[in-house]
Design a protein around this ligand. Sequence first.
Ligand SMILES: NC(=O)c1ccc[n+]([C@@H]2O[C@H](COP(=O)([O-])OP(=O)(O)OC[C@H]3O[C@@H](n4cnc5c(N)ncnc54)[C@H](OP(=O)(O)O)[C@@H]3O)[C@@H](O)[C@H]2O)c1
Length: 433
Amino acid sequence: MTKPLRIGVAGLGSVGAALVRLLQRRRADLRARTGRDITIVGVSARSRRERGLDLGGARFYDDPAALAASSEIDLFVELIGGADGAAYDAARAALSRGVPLVTANKAMLAAHGLELGRLAESHGAPLAFEAAVAGGIPIIKTLREGLAGNAVRRVSGILNGTCNYILSRMETEGLPFEACLADAQRLGYAEADPTFDIGGFDTAHKLAILASLAFGAKIDVGAISIEGIQSITLADLAAADELGYRIKLLGVAERSEKGIEQRVHPTMVAKAAPLAQTMGVHNAITIDGDAIGALTLVGPGAGGDATASAVAADICDIARGDVAPAFGRPIDALEEAERVPMQRHEGGYYVRLAVVERPGSVATISTRMAEQRISIEAIMQKGKAKGVTANEVVPVVLLTHATTETAIREALALAVADGAVRETPQVIRIERD
Ligand SMILES: NC(=O)c1ccc[n+]([C@@H]2O[C@H](COP(=O)([O-])OP(=O)(O)OC[C@H]3O[C@@H](n4cnc5c(N)ncnc54)[C@H](OP(=O)(O)O)[C@@H]3O)[C@@H](O)[C@H]2O)c1
């Protein structure tokens, strides 16, 4: 038997503690799979409090970078989190000494993935991050290795369980956004400051990583157009239902001859699509490849055990010496892809308008749409209250055929300026395939 793999684990929170338990529980099987013992020899956390974990003889380090730089370890596992600070310092300390790094830290990879990848390459150290996207779903290995024979056209996914939980509950129970968010916080799905999740930023970090792997391109988080779910109302969910859609927060990365488009926004997804059927805290990702067609992976996108499962898979690969380049190819072979800005996005749109109740309002909106060559697929006047008098507003929902973001924004701005529409129109993009 090869000598044991000595690992250092920094971060003993939800994922770190679950990893310690998993490595103990699965010890014999992991030894059989990898041909060696996997032993935790060092740990680090902010506090030394009792955690109910059997850490054996592992040495405690107050400074995770000191653990990462210790000659006692063969592999460093970073489970602290955060783009910068302790996690980043420790990651660099490990790689620059040639020590393999396993991390679940999407924020750090989105911000510094290329630099860390280069550091890993120059020191011959593996860098692995299966747990950084979609928790327990093995999406990194699928894109990097399983689908290597495909030209990937598109990756789209539900990458944030908190948002999917909130939208699912709003839809199925008719509860307002704030109540569902409060429940998500109470159940530990959302942070005390939930902006990162509901504002779409967490999804964007994960999308940036997936787009790099899918298209062989450099991580480009700055290219992502980001909208969160805060503006979604029960009226939108009810209209979506009536029209045969569900509203999901999607991250979508698409490659065309124009370049790569990356966007995060609430999306109308046809009810029959696998992404629409993914409810609650689950994540799902659909990949369109030229050889395989559409492939969807669905599963737990977060949670200590599910995420530790992905971390353990990376540890096993490294224990066996089975190591692929972090982003599927050498960093210098990653393309600097052309960005396709959101204004050039083409697709169908759902629009909910507060239309002023007077003759000619709807005609004005139709004219503004026609001027921008936008063809309307359906128009519904929603819930006109009895006794609505002139100049009050009534909700009107429109669906458009494919048009551009610029055209729809221009048409709506003019309709508002004409006085036919009050309030900011609600605009939700439709994914039709
Ligand atoms: N939770 C999930 O479901 C999930 C899913 C996918 C990916 N991830 C990623 O996994 C990573 C860990 O997430 P988590 O949910 O396990 O976080 P967590 O529960 O907040 O745990 C973070 C751990 O890091 C330790 N820590 C914080 N600052 C430190 C410092 N300066 N030095 C040493 N240790 C420090 C904390 O120590 P104390 O315990 O002493 O405070 C804690 O043990 C993050 O990158 C996250 O994005 C998490």
